[in-house]
Design a protein around this ligand. Structure first.
Ligand code: TRP
Length: 349
């Protein structure tokens, strides 16, 4: 079977979705559905790689899985046209991960910077799952033979690992792949799709720190569930410097807070930063903040309201996930049967 273009991406159900998740990921997911078949996965199996005290246990996991699903739908992803599901429903993710565990090398995983960051000093106490996280991620993508993966900068290294795994698999089993009648590269080399002005949304209290769900100050982030008043208030309180806005992008270089707010405006308005600065250059922050607050409320408040409505109907959300799971499984089963044949695993046809 020839490789066709397909988008895959995953979001962890870790709670407190914020503007960074929206502008960095979900907005792009919405755009890509115009041009591609898309599979959007709530990666619950990745969520449990941290200690249970961190991921919060079964009730939290269910709640957070439904919240991400609601955010997808409320933001405009059409669950009838695209596939939205949670990872653990399709056993192929774990099965393919085992095969890839035997393809990936320890040396490759030892280079992963995210593991080093997340494991911290006490590496002996990190779960085996956290170490293996990038292999499961490669399985997510390649189980659907996806060609395009919208991700943030921080996931680029994991995507490179995914390509290395695909390449080594294709290479190690090239004879068997050919014998099974597939063209040379059974697995595609998935490409990152990194777009949007604000792929990195920073904290509203400190323009040098990423906006984060775990920041102690709720004023540092705009949650996707914040109502209009809260959104406007957080923007009014956002940290700035005393200078008026510059008229050129160069003038933002040493001004992280100004840069962040202009970036957020630009992303929400879907207009380049240069254009935003042509409009607001020379203006004081107070006026710009009013315009930004209006824009943010216009774009985000309806999403918050729709998320609230959707999470109030968990039966509907679960139906979307199980229906998506069925459609995902159909694609996954094809890949897994091919992989079984390629590996020499005897199976029922
Ligand atoms: N690791 C990704 C993140 O934390 C989530 C993820 C899991 C993912 N599997 C994926 C992203 C596959 C893209 C493709 O953001």
């Amino acid at each position: 079977m020839a490789i066709t273009e397909r988008v895959f991406s995953g979001v962890q159900p870790t709670g407190n979705l914020h503007l960074g998740n929206y502008l960095g990921a979900i907005v792009n997911f919405v755009k890509l559905q115009e041009t591609h078949n898309c599979v959007y996965c709530v990666v619950d199996m990745h969520a449990i790689t941290v200690p249970v005290t961190v991921w919060g246990g079964p009730d939290e996991l269910r709640r957070n899985t439904r919240e991400v699903t609601a955010a997808f739908i409320a933001s405009g992803i059409d669950p009838a046209k695209q596939i939205i599901f949670n990872q653990s429903q399709v056993s192929g993710h774990a099965e393919l991960a085992w095969v890839f565990n035997c393809v990936a090398r320890l040396g490759w995983l030892n280079r992963m910077t995210q593991f080093k960051e997340k494991a911290g000093k006490d590496r002996e106490n990190a779960s085996v799952g956290l170490y293996d996280y990038p292999v499961l991620m490669a399985s997510d993508i390649l189980l659907y033979r996806a060609t395009h993966v919208p991700v943030g900068e921080d996931q680029k290294q994991h995507l490179e690992l995914c390509r290395d795994i695909a390449q080594k698999f294709n290479n190690d089993f090239s004879a068997s792949i050919a014998a099974q009648g597939h063209d040379g590269n059974y697995f595609p080399m998935p490409e990152p799709v990194i777009t949007g002005a604000a792929t990195r949304v920073m904290s509203l209290r400190d323009g040098t720190k990423k906006m984060s769900k775990s920041d102690a100050s709720d004023n540092s982030r705009i949650n996707l569930t914040d109502d209009a008043d809260t959104i406007a208030q957080k923007i009014r309180r956002a940290k700035t410097d005393p200078e008026p806005l510059p008229s050129e992008e160069d003038g933002l270089k040493t001004r992280p807070e100004a840069d962040n707010l202009v970036g957020i405006y630009s992303a929400l308005a879907d207009r380049p930063k240069s254009e935003v600065l042509r409009e607001f250059g020379g203006a004081q922050f107070s006026g710009f903040k009013t315009s930004l607050a209006d824009l943010a409320v216009e774009k985000l408040a309806p999403i918050a309201a729709e998320m609230k409505r959707l999470t109030g109907d968990p039966g509907y959300i679960d139906q979307v996930l199980t229906d998506g799971g069925d459609r995902a499984r159909a694609i996954a089963n094809e890949t897994m049967n091919a992989v079984r044949d390629i590996m020499g695993f005897i199976h029922k046809r």
